[in-house]
Design a protein around this ligand. Structure first.
Ligand code: CDP
Length: 213
């Protein structure tokens, strides 16, 4: 079973994906960590994020054991990730890892930007998780404030808007709701309510797939 969860920055898709994976006994892959790690490694080698060839080499050499590095979650790397994520060469290198992860038993919940559209177009269930930019900025601000008391909510909102813009308007694998994805707007939902709504939408999608098959 493969469940694809896409959505913009700080929409809550990561937290939902982790809980959905536990609920169904599936593995979980946060694909944002792949792009963040490529950005981290490109910068560590003194490379230019806008160079497709340098970033693609970092992608090819990516060590999956470093994907759990908590240092990946900084705002700077989120922004840097969206720069390397624009390169088709980088995305092409990362496709196989993501598809292999999805195919391995017992199945997976994969979250990102292009999972339902490009990586796993045949996923058993697809969710597109969203919330207003202001709500997403507020959530990300509360999360980041724990580590950096000097952080300002307006700066977080500006980062979210610039990332939304870059992710939605890039030429390859832009952030867009798949035609067959269910929309989950979490603006007014606390995490437990969002989780229950996600499970209902996934079960409904699987029920439809079961009837069709
Ligand atoms: O956690 P947050 O939503 O802030 O970001 P993330 O999921 O860690 O993704 C960081 C950046 O990686 C995004 O802004 C995208 O530019 C890129 N990304 C992508 O292009 N495709 C994916 N499947 C996942 C992330």
């Amino acid at each position: 079973m493969i469940i694809a969860i896409d959505g913009p920055a700080a929409s809550g898709k990561g937290t939902l994906a982790r809980r959905v994976a536990v609920h169904f006994g599936l593995r979980h892959l946060d694909t944002g960590a792949l792009y963040r790690a490529v950005a981290r490694d490109t910068l560590a080698q003194g490379g230019d994020l806008t160079s497709a060839s340098i970033a693609a080499i970092a992608a090819a050499r990516l060590d999956a054991a470093t994907l759990r590095d908590p240092g990946l979650r900084t705002t700077g790397l989120g922004e840097a990730a969206s720069v390397v994520a624009r390169h088709p060469e980088v995305r092409a290198v990362l496709i196989e890892y993501q598809r292999n992860f999805a195919r391995a038993d017992p199945g997976a919940v994969i979250d990102g930007r292009d999972i339902g559209t490009v990586i796993c177009p045949d996923a058993d269930a697809k969710l597109f998780v969203t919330a207003t930019p202001e709500e997403r900025a507020h959530r990300r601000f509360l999360e980041l404030k724990e580590r950096d008391s000097g952080i300002e909510e307006e700066a977080v909102l500006a980062d979210i808007r610039s990332r939304d813009d870059r992710d939605r308007n890039r030429a390859v694998a832009p952030l867009v709701q798949a035609e067959d994805a269910a929309l989950l707007d979490t603006t007014n939902l606390a995490i437990d309510a969002a989780f229950r709504a996600a499970i209902d939408l996934i079960e409904a999608a699987m029920g439809r797939a079961g009837r069709a098959g």
